[in-house]
Design a protein around this ligand. Structure first.
Ligand code: DGY
Length: 323
């Protein structure tokens, strides 16, 4: 039997590409350039499996017609809001993701952003690199104390919980959260956290608001002008979830008017575009979607995809099937 033909839309860690090339008839994106939706639509007609990432767009239009060959999309990443799941399912295409293995590293990046924006880490580093530091003095670059403050988490899944644990047990913070479904209070208290009834309750309580909910239609612009106004004066926003959870124009306005004090962002509405007005602000820490970017995690994400598509083509249920 010929080996299944698979396409990776981007370069992956070399150890994972090696395993894939041993098991499958694998095509790699040697130049590592993002593929256009048209190129992905063509790939769906030529390969048994397509392995996309967050940098790809798979709207309903790429799944049209009756000539689709692809049977599984093995997504490299936990978030899959870049894939029109209903359209994929209508074509009988299975979709898998990579949960669990990027929890710690994404929670770590949220902590990095929170600390950097509160303690003005990016600003201080820029000052030194520009040769502008004049030396220590009592009023230099004063930030906000983190330890003991209240953090508000929106979305209490794996990453929200890991972030709560770091905030509470590492920094003595009071942790409140909003989650669509009710979390057993005993489970919440294992992470030093307690659930509040509404997003607004969390915004009213928190000195730092951190987003950990999925992207896509259900949470699009969850943080909007009204919600920025509902945050405590002087509070900060941290986003390591998805760019579309935040109305970026409303965020820029909230920062420019001082409605909130700062933001730490790892994700953006239209990546890799980051609005010039955000880039111009000193009280904003900007990272290029680094949440899962460690050697350990990226290898583990790749190996999850290997497990998922291997199971699928062996006729078993893929462990991380989302559709
Ligand atoms: C994820 O896994 O969703 C990360 O954001 C990278 O895609």
């Amino acid at each position: 039997m010929p080996r299944p033909k698979i396409l990776l839309t981007r370069r992956w860690p070399s150890a994972v590409e090696t395993v894939l090339s041993e098991r499958f008839d694998a095509t790699f994106n040697l130049e590592d350039l993002p593929m256009s939706p048209d190129a992905i639509a063509d790939a769906l007609r030529a390969y048994d499996a397509v392995l996309p990432t967050v940098s790809d767009k798979l709207p309903a239009s790429v799944f049209g017609g009756s000539t689709i060959r692809t049977r599984i999309l093995g997504n490299f990443g936990v978030g899959y809001n870049h894939i029109d799941i209903a359209a994929a399912t209508a074509q009988g295409i299975a979709v898998t993701n990579t949960p669990g293995v990027l929890t710690d590293c994404t929670a770590d990046i949220a902590m990095l952003l929170l600390l950097s924006v509160a303690r003005r880490g990016g600003e201080g580093e820029r000052q030194i690199r520009a040769g502008e530091w004049k030396g220590w003095c009592p009023t230099h670059m004063i930030g906000t104390k983190v330890s003991g403050k209240t953090v508000g988490i929106i979305g209490f899944g794996r990453i929200g919980k890991a972030f709560a644990q770091r905030c509470h047990f590492g920094f003595g913070m009071d942790v409140v959260f909003y989650n669509r479904s009710t979390v057993d209070p005993a489970e919440a208290s294992r992470y030093g956290a307690r659930q509040l009834a509404t997003v607004e309750d969390v915004l009213a309580a928190a000195d730092f608001v951190s987003l950990h909910c999925p992207g896509g239609a259900e949470n699009r612009h969850l943080m909007n002008t009204a919600r920025f106004s509902a945050m405590k004066p002087g509070a900060y926003l941290i986003n390591t979830a998805r760019g579309d959870v935040v109305d970026e124009a409303a965020l820029v306005a909230a920062l420019e008017t001082g409605a909130i004090r700062g933001a730490g962002l790892d994700v953006y509405e239209v990546e890799p575009h980051v609005p010039e007005r955000l880039r111009a602000m000193e009280n904003v820490v900007l990272l290029p979607h680094l949440g899962s970017a460690t050697e350990e995690t990226r290898n583990a994400m790749g190996m999850k995809v290997v497990d998922n598509i291997t199971a699928f083509f062996d006729g078993r249920e893929p462990p991380d099937r989302v559709a």
